[in-house]
Design a protein. Structure first.
Length: 571
């Protein structure tokens, strides 16, 4: 077999046939605790937790979860911001033999309710924040959930009382109901750490994480990511980021800024698992605040910063950003959405540590492409495929035909990082795979002679808003609930900050009163997640239709490109 075209573009030392370390996911932490027991693993609100301490806390959590009935086949949900609770519970569930289901605090309650039922989640871990606990409480009363495990947001801070006092005064904390269905996180940990270990017969079959994503219809689907998927992905990131002989990262010497949400596969794999594999210290931020992120990069000497384009834009928009200290950074990387060329150029000039772009998907754990740090820039490219990863581009209208280099085609990926399948959806799994075992991503790209990939379109009706997948159908169904709306279609339009935002085109019912963007946002506030909220509205007398009477998104997109606008209008 001839070597793929991208292999010649690998940095020195990076191997396509790299040996892959496959283990259970919990062994990533356990091995790190053996190698780096006294080194800090987490830094949260000025408190450091060493690798040995973190592993002991995960053991105690595992014993606590088993007392709640967690074992093989039991699904435990995480509805959490970035806090030590997430890391401890994540590894505790896996040690106990269970499966982790990640939930986004950004989701509206109906989406969370669907996922609880679909995933068969029995226990949910959250914290006493006003932004998360009320949602969890609603789920406990309206779904199959049996138990909430609730952490005190500040309990792992260096000064818990002071943090609680400030947050309580600002109305950021919620009052937690005390009864048998509500278990305090501190009580979960009130064990000696002795838990029953469950052997995993087949790492490539045992599901570690259910990560929800969507498809062409926007209906959430749980990607079954196995222990092998995630540890192989971790091994491949390690190969690329440490083997580069000129600028590779150094084990035991790096400090990662953990500001991407850990419930997202990008952060879970590339920040947490890779960080632990490397014995790095993760400086954990509960949410992204550009000023706090920039301050910590300088003050805490962050060496690795991973983010999405909206984060980079917000940091560069800070007053006096050119005077800030970014000198400690050794690696800056961008994913989640396309990185605008102008944004990369500005970041590189101001920050001084060139930012590289990669591409991946939840279903690929999210291994896809990477950009070698010392390679000459290729405008608009998201890089080259990872080692051990096969990639081909197929004709969008004839998937049986592989297109030649330089021609547009749908990206298809094959490798040990590709998910086991969609949870309880064998038909969707089959539809997502080619006959020869490649995963069809829905992204359309070209590949040049050196193996560099340039994404040009998407076959799926999906938007990327600030790095999050947003499905127009979800928004449209919510808008259709408005009593004045007769027809609606949602498309993505360019946005300098979020990459793209949803724009709704609405035809009102006869005699309906005028509808403004603010009016519609207020109506949708409890029906959509924050990341799904529309950013623009156009009121139309009629919406364009296809020959069979369907609303034509193509015509709307063509008209929008012609107008060059994304703001509200009422023509």
């Amino acid at each position: 077999m001839n070597a793929p075209p991208w292999v010649k573009s690998y940095p020195p030392g990076v191997r396509f046939d790299a040996p892959l370390e496959v283990s259970s996911v919990q062994e990533v932490l356990e091995a790190a605790a053996v190698r780096n027991g006294d080194r800090p693993a987490l830094q949260f609100m000025d408190r450091r937790i060493t690798y040995a301490e973190l592993n002991q806390l995960a053991d105690r959590a595992a014993a606590g979860f088993q007392k709640l009935g967690v074992g093989p086949g039991v699904h435990v949900g995480m509805l959490l911001p970035n806090t030590p609770h997430y890391v401890i519970a994540f590894f505790g569930v896996l040690k106990a033999g269970g499966t982790v289901v990640n939930y986004s605090p950004l989701d509206a309650v109906p989406a969370l309710q669907f996922k609880v039922g679909d995933s068969e989640t029995d226990i949910l871990v959250t914290v006493d924040l006003a932004a998360t606990y009320p949602q969890a409480e609603t789920l406990l009363g309206t779904t199959r959930l049996k138990t909430l495990v609730i952490g005190d947001f500040a309990e792992f801070a260096a000064a818990p009382g002071a943090v609680r006092g400030v947050m309580s005064a600002q109305g950021m904390l919620a009052e937690v109901r005390p009864d048998a269905r509500h278990v305090a996180f501190r009580d979960l940990l009130d064990t000696d750490g002795g838990y029953q270990k469950h052997a995993i017969a087949d790492l490539a079959d045992a599901v570690a994480v259910l990560a929800y994503t969507g498809g062409t219809t926007g209906t959430p689907k749980g990607a079954m990511l196995t222990h092998a998927n995630l540890t192989v992905a971790c091994s491949l990131y390690h190969e690329v980021m440490t083997r580069d002989e000129r600028s590779g990262l150094r084990e035991g010497e790096e400090r990662f800024l953990c500001v991407l949400p850990l419930f997202h596969i990008y952060s879970l794999t590339v920040v947490m698992l890779l960080g632990f594999r490397m014995g790095a210290e993760l400086v954990v931020h509960p949410r992204f605040d550009p000023a706090a992120a920039a301050r910590d990069i300088g003050l805490k000497r962050i060496t690795v910063y991973l983010g999405v384009p909206t984060m980079h834009t917000a940091i560069l928009a800070l007053p006096d950003v050119a005077k800030m200290d970014f000198s400690s950074l050794r690696l800056c990387a961008s994913g989640g959405a396309p990185l605008p060329v102008a944004l990369k150029e500005r970041w590189d000039a101001i920050v001084g540590c060139p930012i590289t772009e990669g591409w991946g998907m939840t279903e690929t754990s999210p291994i896809g492409t990477f950009t070698p740090r010392d390679a000459p820039p290729r405008s608009g490219s998201c890089g080259i495929p990872y080692p051990a990863t096969l990639m081909k581009l197929v004709d969008v209208t004839d998937p049986a035909r592989e297109v030649p280099l330089g021609e547009r085609g749908e990206i298809c990926v094959k490798g040990p990082n590709v998910m086991k399948g969609y949870w309880k959806k064998p038909e969707a799994t089959a539809a997502a795979m080619t006959p020869d075992g490649f995963f069809r991503t829905g992204d359309v790209a070209t590949m040049d002679a050196d193996g560099y990939v340039y994404i040009v379109d998407r076959t799926k009706d999906m938007l990327l808003v600030g790095g999050f997948n947003v499905y127009p159908r979800t928004i449209e169904e919510a808008i259709y609930q408005h009593p004045s709306v007769e027809e609606v279609s949602v498309i993505g339009v360019p946005d300098a900050y979020k990459g793209e935002i949803p724009k709704a085109f609405v035809k009102l019912k006869a005699g309906a009163p005028p509808l403004t963007l603010d009016d519609l946002k207020a109506f949708l506030r409890d029906r959509l997640g924050k990341h799904e909220m529309i950013g623009a509205l156009a009121i139309r007398d009629a919406l364009p239709k296809t020959a069979v009477g369907k609303i034509s998104k193509k015509d709307l997109r063509d008209a929008e490109r012609g107008s060059g606008g994304s703001g509200t209008d009422s023509a």
